[in-house]
Design a protein around this ligand. Structure first.
Ligand code: GLC
Length: 541
């Protein structure tokens, strides 16, 4: 492992397959759609794609309910399509990362079907968490655990004669039974799955729900320390996975670890475990200079101690898009408090999202982009109830609006939905206002200040200027973040008043500078208005 390993400073694009581009007109994005749009991604300037799960799945949780880990969902294509896609991406200099979902599978997975058929006490059931119920007749679930998607975390089975049987554990939807990671077969199986994909040329793995895999075998009630979040024994799994990954050159293991405690998070980055983890404290942080500075500082600190590269992420398929978050009164985010009842100022949110993009792309380490953020898409909050798909919305009976609003298919071209996404009916409806946000509209020469143009330029400059440069904080007034990366200053103004920029050449600005109403990008000198960022070359080369 060298300090120049690609994943240490990559720009990684999260591609949510069913919403990216549809190649066959069924309204669901697919691998043919991705292959046709690879030149778009190469031109955007990203280094790698992370694909949301592409395996066969009944899609009770948008593919995070995997029925077969070694194949491709027929709605997306075939294994041969995936092989071709991996090769074509490589030819364009783009690496591929797949999503591995080890906490649970689909209830249609052959192991779970076999477990249901084999009955209680069978070795087949040992790969999951089957338990008798409590109370008279076993009518009560084995313990009080709640599903992360709402409702109890246990569902009762029915025996072949129609009588109620044992219960099984699912931390997410009932269609997502949890694996029992104490089973050597489960461990063996996932190590084989990693090899299967590494052998096919994938460059990395994003590990879904990475902190939840192991459970307290006594299955105690949920009061006190969590019996399933971030247990010490989960790390044995990642040590074994690292041994597998290290047999291949340049592969990366990326953990989806939602933990507020930096010290606990850092444990996943130990030398013989994962290479990187997502930085959710940064994503959840409000648009506030002091709070952002604190999160950035603590991120840098604990990653330096772990000799791991920091990562930066503003949006993904589980959270409200940041254009909307930053346009609300409360600009912070929490998975357990999605709130679509607040008014959203989209102009303000977009201005801040542009500024945040330059902040994110100037920070040292890897940056994650979620498809559509380069177009400035917002959270679609008004999807009709009957079209909503997210189990969170269904299981909370709408109390939690869920995640569909961040998963709406991309607008590519044209003036009407489906905006070139499909020739059919998109699986979620697109707002008609997105006609101004299509790739086509934002690529027009008359739109040099579009969000897409900003991302293209920022990614190019990032690659050329920032890859290896150290970061140093610069003195700045209250409400302003300023730091240097190898002679380029990144200044972000979160205060309500304009601030003076350092002298130098303005490489890029997220919006017009005061005194130059024409174009932020080409402006030079002057004042940086509120909610705006700029990259300024302060040391001539
Ligand atoms: C992760 C995924 C999310 C999914 C959940 C269960 O958090 O990002 O989309 O619903 O795991 O697999």
């Amino acid at each position: 492992m060298t300090l120049s390993a690609w994943w240490r400073h990559a720009a990684i694009y999260e591609l949510y397959v069913q919403s990216f581009a549809d190649g066959d007109g069924d309204g669901i994005g697919d691998l043919a759609g991705v292959r046709a749009r690879l030149p778009y991604l190469a031109d955007l300037g990203i280094d790698a794609i992370w694909f949301s799960p592409w395996y066969p799945s009944p899609r009770s949780d948008a593919g995070y309910d995997v029925a077969d880990y070694r194949s491709i969902d027929p709605a997306f294509g075939t294994l041969a399509d995936a092989d071709a896609l991996i090769a074509e991406a490589h030819a364009l200099g783009i690496r591929t990362i797949i999503d591995v979902v080890p906490n649970h599978c689909s209830d249609r997975h052959r192991w779970f079907q076999a477990a249901l058929a084999a009955g209680s006490g069978s070795p087949e059931r040992e790969r999951f968490w089957f338990r008798p119920g409590r109370g008279p007749g076993g009518d009560l679930p084995p313990n009080d655990w709640r599903s992360i998607f709402g409702g109890p975390a246990w569902t009762r089975t029915t025996t072949p004669d129609g009588t109620p049987g044992e219960w099984y554990l699912h931390l997410f939807a009932p269609e997502q039974p949890d694996f029992n990671w104490a089973s050597p077969q489960v461990r063996q199986e996932f190590e084989d799955i990693l090899r299967f994909w590494f052998d096919r040329g994938v460059d990395g793995v994003r590990i879904d729900s990475a902190a939840l895999l192991t459970k307290d075998p006594a299955l105690p009630e949920s009061e006190g320390p969590s019996p399933y979040t971030d247990r010490d024994d989960v790390h044995d799994i990642y040590r074994a996975w690292r041994t597998v990954a290290d047999k291949y050159p340049d592969r990366v293991l990326i953990g989806e670890v939602w933990l507020p405690d930096a010290a606990r998070l850092a444990r996943y980055l130990r030398r013989d475990e994962l290479h990187t983890v997502f930085n959710f404290p940064y994503l959840c942080c409000p648009w506030d200079a002091a709070e952002l500075r604190a999160v950035i500082g603590s991120t840098l600190e604990f990653h330096a101690a772990a000799s791991a590269p920091p990562t930066w992420v503003l949006s993904n398929h589980d959270v409200d898009r940041h254009v909307s978050r930053y346009g609300r009164n409360d600009t912070s985010f929490g998975l357990d408090r999605r709130d679509h009842s607040q008014p959203v100022d989209l102009d303000l949110g977009t201005r801040r999202a542009r500024a945040a993009a330059l902040l994110t792309m100037a920070l040292p380490g890897a940056a994650y982009l979620y498809q559509g953020e380069e177009l400035g898409l917002w959270e679609v909050e008004d999807i009709p109830d009957e079209l909503r798909q997210d189990p969170i919305w269904h299981r909370t009976r709408g109390a939690d609006p869920g995640r569909d609003g961040s998963r709406v298919p991309l607008p590519w071209s044209g003036l009407e939905p489906p905006f070139g996404f499909t020739t059919g009916e998109p699986w979620l409806p697109q707002p008609k206002e997105w006609r101004e946000l299509t790739v086509e509209a934002q690529s027009a020469e008359a739109q040099p200040g579009s969000m897409l143009a900003l991302y293209r330029r920022a990614l190019r400059i990032r690659r050329a200027e920032f890859a290896a440069a150290a970061m140093t904080w610069l003195p700045a007034p209250g409400g302003v973040l300023a730091f240097d990366r190898g002679g380029v200053a990144c200044v972000v103004n979160l205060s309500p008043a304009p601030v003076e920029l350092p002298a130098g050449e303005i490489l890029l600005a997220s919006g017009p500078l005061s005194g130059d109403p024409v174009s932020g990008d080409r402006a030079s000198g002057g004042l940086l208005p509120p909610d705006t960022s700029a990259w300024v070359r302060t040391v001539s080369r």
